[in-house]
Design a protein around this ligand. Structure first.
Ligand code: AMP
Length: 191
């Protein structure tokens, strides 16, 4: 199995690249942001709790997202690989993911981290906010908080995978195809 963690700050292009990667490598795409937004649409009880954090650009508590991801992994027994997008966002989430995958006997193959400077991230997110109507992409204060939370709570996850020799830094600036090719080179090196 090929299990990829696609990592990077909000606006780094994880969703766009994940769509291309799942097509090429036949992976199941698990994005905690997408799963949470689907829960919100369905107005589930869990989403009422999660919304309080999402509205401020804060992280939803680990227990909620870990439970959600576990459910999705269990629901995809026939998957030949997963691409985790926007998860794990804390070291506790990374540890929980390793434990879940250990039970299936299929570890993370590689963590690919996209790097984009803050100014470019803000520009991309504001544009996405205009095009998609996503509330947390339309308010510069919330965007800046999400980037701050990434730097403080999420970026240490890099050290977690680096210690396992799975971390790969990818330049996230360029055309969609250029970035895709950089990701594929990193993946094909593991396969
Ligand atoms: P995203 O679409 O990945 O930018 O996520 C949107 C929002 O959902 C984030 O700002 C967080 O509030 C929440 N979220 C998504 N994934 C996670 C996660 N792995 N851990 C905690 N909160 C998350």
């Amino acid at each position: 199995m090929l299990n990829i963690v696609l990592f990077g700050p909000p606006g780094a292009g994880k969703g766009t690249q994940a769509e291309k990667l799942i097509e090429k490598y036949h992976l199941v795409h698990l994005s905690t942001g997408d799963i949470l937004r689907a829960e919100l649409k369905a107005e589930t009880e869990l989403s009422i709790e999660a919304k309080k954090f999402m509205d401020k650009g804060e992280l939803v508590p680990d227990a909620i997202v870990i439970g959600m991801i576990e459910g999705k992994i269990d629901a995809n027994q026939k998957a030949t690989g997963f691409i985790f997008d926007g998860f794990p966002r804390t070291t506790a989430q990374a540890e929980a993911l390793d434990a879940m995958l250990a039970k299936k006997g299929t570890p993370i193959s590689r963590m690919l981290a996209l790097f984009v400077d803050d100014e470019e991230l803000i520009k991309r997110l504001l544009l996405r906010g205009k095009e998609s109507g996503r509330a947390d992409d339309q308010d510069q204060t919330i965007i800046e908080n999400r980037i701050r939370v990434y730097n403080k709570d999420t970026s240490p996850v890099i050290d977690y995978y680096d210690a396992q020799n799975k971390y790969f830094a990818i330049n996230g600036v360029g055309s969609i195809d250029e970035i895709f090719n950089r990701l594929c080179e990193a993946i094909d090196d593991v396969k």
